[in-house]
Design a binder for this molecule. Sequence first.
Ligand code: ADP
Length: 366
Amino acid sequence: KKKIAVMTSGGDAPGMNPAVRAVVRAGIYYGCDVFAVYEGYEGLVKGGDLLKKVEWADVRSYLSLGGTHIGTARCKEFRERSGRLEAAYNMVINGIDALVVCGGDGSLTGADLFRSEWPSLIEELVSTGRLSSKQVAPYKHLTIVGLVGSIDNDMSCTDVTIGAFSALERITEMVDYIGATAASHSRAFVVEVMGRHCGWLALMAGLATGADFIFIPERPPSAQNWKQELKDVCSRHRAYGRRKTTVIVAEGAIDDELNPITSEEVKNVLVELGLDTRITILGHVQRGGTAVAFDRRLATMQGVEAVRAVLEMTPNTPSPMIGVLKNKIVKYPLVDAVKQTKAVATAIDNKEFDKAMGLRDTSFYD
Ligand code: ADP
């Protein structure tokens, strides 16, 4: 019987629970035993109670549960070979040689590294006498499948990541709340949202709420005159009779010379315009709460596809990441997707902003 483990890793995202549920139930449906790894890679490294077989009923009500119920953590040990050796040991003694990881690009990079090292880790476990050749014989290869859980929608080669639409919904709701009080007092609000190298949340929230101005890292404004431009746009909108001013700033906002654009700076510009201005940093409310229907569906379809991918993979197939392109669930080589994602950050650092936008490869930017 095939044994599959499922885990969540890195920053939590709404929809991770529905993804775990789908992997568990699709796994059981296809005749596998499914294990949950608790606390991200820490569960693999430490084993014991952090690695448990789960049944159909264990994931009951996961669809409407925010965060990730099986826990997530940053795990330093897994970054070292010695930590990954323990992880391999714990997997083999439980008879597991397939792992579905739901996380961001860091988690997926770690997973693929683990897979490529697997044969040598197994060899070391045998040569040091911790496991016998007979024990390891059925576990020559590790199968890895990635699901992208990230509120930022910051992975290339997929249109959308699990959790992004839930975070966007939350931001939109919060900006609407702020809008009501802003218009009452005729105030300006600078709303800071998450997204370090990725302005998707800021851009989409700006569109959804009709913000006056949006700052995102992939389309930085001119260092020379963004302040003047911001003033011109906001005063034009005020002249039309608008009683509020809303500016959305991505956490990673920069100008075209790569200087950070902070909420504080934006506020100062609006104050110079004579506007009573406040800053709201939305912070972790963006992550919390339950997943919207879109993310529940996405996580479910992708979780099922992840199990199918595990069952179809041969030792020579590159580890896939399950994504969605033009509304179709697709498999994409994980390493290539991670490489392209990292290239976005590099392109931004090199001031190649159009290239960065192209590398995102998501139809939302078309
Ligand atoms: P995310 O998955 O959201 O990008 P991180 O980058 O923090 O989050 O990664 C989560 C965990 O994945 C890390 O704590 C670490 O255990 C593991 N990890 C990340 N990058 C690597 C890597 N290059 N090699 C091995 N493990 C890694």
